[in-house]
Design a protein around this ligand. Sequence first.
Ligand SMILES: Nc1nc2c(ncn2[C@@H]2O[C@H](COP(=O)(O)OP(=O)(O)OP(=O)(O)O)[C@@H](O)[C@H]2O)c(=O)[nH]1
Ligand SMILES: [Mg+2]
Length: 298
Amino acid sequence: MVEQFRSGYVSIVGKTNAGKSTLLNSILGQKIAITSRKPQTTRHRFLGIKTESENQIIFVDTPGFHSGQKRALNRYMNKVAANALRGVDIVLYLIDKLDWQEDDLQRLKSIPTETCVILVVNKIDKLKDKNSLLPFIEERNKDGLFSSIIPISALKGMNLDELVDLICDKLPYGSHLYPEDQVTDISEKFLASEVIREKCINRLGDELPYRVSVSIDRFSVSEKVIHIDSTIFVEKQSQKGMLIGKSGSKLKAIGTSSRKELEDLLESKVMLKTWVKVKSGWSDNETLLPSMGYDLDK
Ligand SMILES: Nc1nc2c(ncn2[C@@H]2O[C@H](COP(=O)(O)OP(=O)(O)OP(=O)(O)O)[C@@H](O)[C@H]2O)c(=O)[nH]1
Ligand SMILES: [Mg+2]
C-alpha cells in the first residue's frame, strides 16, 4: 500500500564547519561529501539519499552560513544555504556544540511555519561541560522553533540512529522519489573535482583554500582504468607557486592522495593528471562564477 511509504527532503543547514557534511557521510555510511577542519568547504547543494524499507530520506547538503566574507563566491554560497531553508519537508539545523547566536534565530525565523525543524547539537564528544547541555536544550525549547532537539556526534556516530528515527517519524507519507539503490545525485566527475579540492584544502595554509577551484577536463572510463585530467585554478601567480611547492612536491602529494582516494571511491584504477592555472580574481567575479560551476540557476 502506497500509504505505508514515506519520503521527503531533509536539508542539513547551519554555520560553516558545524559538521553538516560529516553527518551526511556518517548517516549514509559512505563518503559523498568532502569535509575539512577549515570553514567553507562545501560550495554546492547536493543530495544524499538513504532508503531503508518503507522510508526514503533525501538529504540536502549545503554550504554553511558565514559572515565577514564579501566575495562573490561567499555571496553565492550564502544564497545556496538560504535557499535550502525553503521547499523542504524537514530542516536539520546543525550547531557546533552550544554555539548559538542571534543570527541563528533570525535565520530560523525565515523558515516557512509548516516546515518541521530539528535542532541538532553536534560535536557533543567535544563538549567539556556536559552539565551545560540540558539547560541549553531547555533554553532552546523556549524559542518555540523546534519540533525536537537532539545532541549527537556526527564524527563518533553518537545518537545517529536516534536522529534517523526522529526524521523518519516526521517524513510525509508518499511513494519514494528515487530508486532504492541511488545514494546521491552527484556525478563521478563532480566527485573527482571535490576530492581533488579536498586534498588541496588539507595541504594549503588557511587563506588559499578559498581561492582554489577544480575543473575536470576529461573523465573517460574504460574497462581497466578511468582517465581523469583536471585543472586546479588559483587567483595569483604566487598562489600557483604555493600549490605546486618545491620541485612540484606539493602538487605531487595532492595528486597521489587524490588518486588513491578516487580509486577507492570509484572502485577502479585511476590515471590522474593535474594542471594548475591562474584565473585572476575568479572568486570575486560574478560573471566568471557560472563558468566555474557556481551557478544558482543550475
Ligand atoms: N569532534 C568532532 N568533530 C566533528 C564532528 N562533526 C564534524 N567534525 C569536524 O568538524 C570539521 C568540519 O566538518 P564538516 O563536515 O566539513 O563541516 P560542514 O558543516 O560541512 O562545513 P562547511 O561545508 O564548511 O560548511 C571537520 O574537521 C570534522 O571532522 C563531531 O561530531 N565531533
Ligand atoms: Mg560541508
